[in-house]
Design a protein around this ligand. Sequence first.
Ligand code: ADP
Length: 583
Amino acid sequence: MQKARIGLMWKQFFIYLLIIVLTFSFLVFFVSREINKYYINNLKSNLKNQAMLVERMTTDLMVPENAKEIDALTKEMGKKIGTRITIIRKDGLILGDSEKDPTKMENHATRPEVIQALRNEIGSKMRYSTTVKKEMLYIAIPITENGEILGVVRTSSFVPEIQKSLGAINKKIIYIALILMIIALLFSILSSRVFTNPIKEIAFAAEKIKNGDFTTRIFIKRKDELGELSDAINEMARELQKLFNNLSLQKEELQVILSSMVEGLVVINEEEKIVLSNKNFSTIADTSNETQIQNKRYWEVLQNDDINKLVKSVSRTGKTQTCETQFGEKIYLVNGAPTSKTARRKIIIVLHDITELKRIEKVKADFVTNITHELKTPLTSIKGFVETLKENTNTENQHFLEIIERNTDRLTDIVDDLLLLSNLEDKKQKLKIEKINLREMADNILKIFEIKFKEKKISFELDASDNISYINADPFWLEQLFINLIDNAIKYTDKGSVKIKMFSEDKDIQIEIQDSGIGIPKKHLSRIFERFYVVDKSRSHKLGGTGLGLSIVKHIIQLHNGKISVESKVGKGSKFIITLPKG
Ligand code: ADP
């Protein structure tokens, strides 16, 4: 930057210097040439005037007898006007000369200026004089009388003297030019300073702003473009300062939020390098300092297959994904979300510690399993005794015994359903996958419900397309799924029909169980798969519902990596849509 600033001033100076030197050189050259030309022309015109004057005075004397008189006149006049004058006769004979003795001078008929004058022209020549042995400027005019040329008057001046005068003039011109050049240069330096100084100041301020000093301001009070530029830079610095302060504040806030988060958080870029992380992440990753892990690839600090799969899945799909994973004794729910929809996105990974939640869940599940197991035996014996008592009791108490029996049955149903659920939730228990003929299975299950359909006068229909032959699933659980859904369809339908539709879609099979029953109000739709959730308690109890059927269905579907959804309209019926992979 320093270099560039010096460069600008010198560059401007050298350009000025070049322009000034060139301009003045041309000026000196042309001015001196013009002045020289003017001087010579002036001299010539003077010589001509003098020659004309002499011609007037000598016309009458132009006879050989007057030669002495002519010569004396010439010498006198030559002395007076300081010019060499020569009077030449028509044949070239010298009649008078202001400098020399004419008798000793050779014939001048062949001198070029004389030849020119004898042609009635004004002769002019600059040449070496053999008489005075010097370079001379000659002007010759004819002496005429009544149109007849009698001779020639020649005036001349020494060239060295002309040159001396011209040299003096040229010297003066150069001298003046030099002074003007120095003044111009001084002005150019001054003017370049006037421009470069503010530019230097602006460049210096810009450099400081670039280095992050947003408090820098330029104090140039000018009304030109430089003034506007400095105002704009000042405004930019002010805005940058504001922005920077805001960003710093936001960064601080973010740091506080991140460090106070109980979750572990890490942000990775498209190269899988860590760009941001919090203290809890460092604790999970077992590294001492969050700054030390910056710029490292996440898998260098956190080796975990589940998270690797999650990251790959998020980058491939661009969608939020979750998984559960374990680090030592601790269990984490990991959430991976892309920061944007573009290809070069970052991924935010949040690790929630769910160890305690899982422990409580397990205690609850164990408790339910234990209690249901414990209840099973007494319930069976109560039911047995009630049956025995019913046979041996009078009609008055029969009614109470029936109530006891009905409630025992209900309790048994709940216990059975809870046992089913705890079996489903038991991770150690594996599915027994078999190749199942779906149509056959659905047919057999419908047969079980045939009596119920008849009792309620509801028609049923099985529509299985030809392309669904087999599915790989656990037959026991798949049967439970059908039983629960068909049982519900019959339970909550008073008239009309129950339809089962099955068809193949790519790698999945879709099963739809549709009834024309009472339907489910919209606000309950999202909750009906929860345990013990019933829309209408009294109706469910009356129909022998436990509120666990759909919860079991959901678990079965999850274990088979499928999906379930429901569409329903109150008074029109419900449709449960299941998607199961063919496996
Ligand atoms: P339940 O044993 O009470 O039927 P479920 O878990 O099977 O319990 O169902 C939960 C609730 O969802 C039911 O109480 C009922 O209100 C509603 N429901 C389930 N299936 C249907 C259906 N086919 N038609 C209308 N309501 C239904």
